[in-house]
Design a protein around this ligand. Structure first.
Ligand code: PLP
Length: 395
């Protein structure tokens, strides 16, 4: 296959192009509002005001109070702060407390959970933790029966993502919260809403959660900024120590431009979320239908009615994911293995394994994710490239 010009960027779940509103807001801050928001002079006060206006917007977006929003460096830090910060507050030296998460969480949740369980977070102050990872159904939803069994009076923390980053399934947060409140009344419920934020009405969906993680670059803001919402009266112990910013919850000079860009992206997104979700969903359906019609032995990993509108995870029998991604790249179709950090790795997806697939079945999986800038020409152009690439690998 000869190199072609880019025809389709289908990796919006890894990073979506910044919205013009975010870029404009950030440029204005970089030019005039560059002062340190912790200072006391007029320029510093202006920077602080910009941060507080952004905080109001983020709080409104998830139905929280401004004082409950902690700005961070992104989704990974927000998840780490939720997990380690909660476990530091709620573990002691002796009796282990329970922590529960779905087996399909992003590594930003799984890794700190596992670190805490093997004692590797002791230096931060995390005591003994017994972790249960709850499996998923073949459709990519958390197994609620297994979750019920995992919960108990000693459970301190439960983490279930709002929507999965690989297969796109939207998790039953209401049902999860009901089980947690009934069976683990002392537990805090954390949700990683990083992927869900562009498409779902978070103020409604994550209403019952105590901790909510967001990342700006998944919703049209800049990279390296995000937020953790910590609902009052709950507390998280800091994992970064220093100047005591964010009411001692997250030290470090505020990324004022990033925070302002994050909020500008949220505001723009909020105004068009429903129409955009419908448009992206139609394009996704057209893409999925066309690929399924033109490439035999192809399976959709999760039912569309259960997924975010921009997600299309397909498995191609008798094809190696890395080889396919390479041919797609050469053909100008940019997709991924599922999570940005994992692409290129030979390990089969932990999400597909948790859904009951064997490693061989998981090997031919590719995630195509559409977004705000995706056009019909782009997705239709991509179909031929995908069909050619799969046929070539199977030949
Ligand atoms: N959580 C989920 C569900 C994600 O998809 C990602 C990014 O891929 C992250 C967390 C990490 O976010 P960030 O890239 O802002 O660290």
């Amino acid at each position: 296959m000869t190199a072609r010009p880019a025809v389709a960027y289908l990796d919006h779940a890894a990073a979506t192009p910044p919205r013009p509103e975010a870029l404009e807001a950030m440029a204005a801050v970089e030019a005039d509002g560059f002062a340190n928001a912790s200072g006391s002079h007029r320029l510093a006060r202006e920077a602080r005001r910009a941060v507080e206006e952004a905080r109001d917007l983020v709080a409104g977006f998830v139905g929280a109070r401004p004082s409950e929003v902690v700005f961070t460096s992104g989704g990974t830090e927000s998840d780490n702060l939720a997990v380690l910060g909660t476990l530091t507050e709620r573990t002691g030296a002796l009796e282990p407390v329970g922590a529960v998460c779905s087996a399909i969480e992003h590594a930003a949740v799984l890794a700190p959970m596992r670190a805490a369980a093997r004692g590797a977070a002791r230096l931060l102050g995390v005591g003994a933790v017994k972790l249960t990872e709850v499996g998923a159904t073949p459709e990519g939803m958390i197994d609620l029966d297994a979750l019920a069994l995992a919960l108990g009076p000693d459970t301190a923390l439960v983490s279930v993502m709002t929507a999965n980053n690989e297969v796109g399934t939207v998790q039953p947060i209401d049902a999860v919260a009901g089980l947690v409140r009934a069976r683990a009344p002392r537990a805090l419920l954390h949700t990683d809403a990083v992927q869900a934020a562009p498409y779902l009405d978070l103020a409604e969906v994550v209403g019952p959660c105590d901790l909510i993680a967001l990342s700006a670059h998944k919703l049209g803001g800049p990279k390296g900024v995000g937020a953790l919402v910590v609902r009052a009266p709950h507390r998280v112990a800091p994992i970064l120590h220093g100047g005591g910013q964010e009411h001692e919850r997250r030290s470090g000079t505020h990324n004022v431009a990033g925070i302002v860009g994050f909020a500008a992206a949220l505001a723009a997104l909020d105004a068009e979320r429903e129409a955009e979700a419908a448009r992206v969903g139609r394009l996704r359906d057209a893409f999925a239908d066309a690929v399924l019609a033109s490439v035999p032995d192809t399976t959709e990993s999760a039912p569309r009615r259960a997924t975010l509108p921009g997600h299309c995870h397909l498995r191609f029998a008798r094809v190696e994911q890395e080889e396919l991604l390479m041919l797609l790249d050469r053909g100008g179709v940019y997709a991924s293995a599922g999570s940005a950090c994992a692409s290129g790795a030979v390990e089969p997806s932990h999400v597909l394994l948790a859904m009951g697939l064997d490693p061989l079945e998981a090997r031919g999986g590719v995630r195509f994710t559409l977004g705000r800038t995706t056009t019909e020409a782009e997705v239709l152009g991509a179909v031929g490239v995908v069909a050619d690439a799969v046929a070539r690998l199977r030949a």
